[in-house]
Design a binder for this molecule. Structure first.
Ligand code: FES
Ligand code: FES
Length: 180
C-alpha cells in the first residue's frame, strides 16, 4: 500500500475560476462546494440571476451554460471553469438577433413587454433564458411545445398564458421574417 493511500485527502479551500460571463472574461475565487448561483450573485454581483427555491424546483435561477439552460442553484461554480455563462443581461448581445443593436432588448424581451408577460418579474430572467434556448434549438415550436419547454420555470403571478403568448408571438414574428 502506498503512503498516499492512507493519507487524508486534502481539498483546496478555494479555486480560481475563469469563464466568460455575457461575453466577457471574468475571474472569481470559489470554494469547491459553492454553487454557480452563489458565485454569480455573491461574488460577481450578477443579481439578475434570482434565488428562489435553491433546490432545482422553480427555475428562476436559470442561466445558459454553453448555451444550454441549467439551474444555477444545482450547479457547482467550478463547472463554469473555461465555459460560457449567459444571464438575462447578455440576452440581446448573445442573440445577435437581426435588428438588435447593442443595448437593445432581445425580441423575446420586447414580446414580454408587449404582452405584459411579467408582473413581479421574479421568474422573468429564467423564463426568458429558457425560451431563448428553446428557440435556438427549435425555432418554430408549437404552443404545446412552448408550454412543455417552460414547464420547469414557475410563475406565481401571471397564470402563464401571457408568457406563452409572448413566446408564441416571437415565433410568429420570426416566421414572418423567414418568409420575407
Ligand atoms: S432557485 Fe434554482 S431552481 Fe429554484
Ligand atoms: S411574474 Fe411574478 S413570479 Fe412570474
Amino acid at each position: 500500500m502506498s503512503a498516499a493511500a492512507g493519507a487524508p485527502r486534502e481539498w483546496p479551500d478555494r479555486v480560481a475560476l475563469r469563464f466568460a460571463l455575457n461575453g466577457r472574461a471574468v475571474d472569481a475565487w470559489a470554494a469547491p462546494h459553492d454553487t454557480l448561483l452563489a458565485v454569480l450573485r455573491d461574488t460577481l454581483g450578477a443579481t439578475e440571476v434570482k434565488y428562489g427555491c435553491g433546490e432545482g424546483v422553480c427555475g428562476t435561477c436559470t442561466v445558459l451554460l454553453d448555451g444550454a439552460p441549467i439551474n444555477a442553484c444545482l450547479t457547482l461554480g467550478v463547472h463554469a471553469q473555461g465555459r460560457t455563462i449567459t444571464t438575462v443581461r447578455g440576452l440581446a448581445a448573445a442573440a445577435g438577433a437581426p435588428g438588435t443593436a447593442a443595448g437593445d432588448m432581445h425580441p423575446l424581451q420586447r414580446a414580454f413587454v408587449a404582452h405584459e408577460a411579467a408582473q413581479c418579474g421574479f421568474c422573468t430572467p429564467g423564463m426568458l433564458l429558457t425560451a431563448y434556448a428553446l428557440l435556438a434549438d427549435h425555432p418554430h415550436p408549437t404552443r404545446a411545445e412552448i408550454r412543455t419547454a417552460l414547464g420547469g420555470n414557475l410563475c406565481r403571478c401571471t397564470g402563464y398564458t401571457r408568457i406563452v403568448d409572448a413566446v408564441e408571438a416571437c415565433v410568429r414574428a420570426r416566421q414572418g421574417g423567414d418568409r420575407a
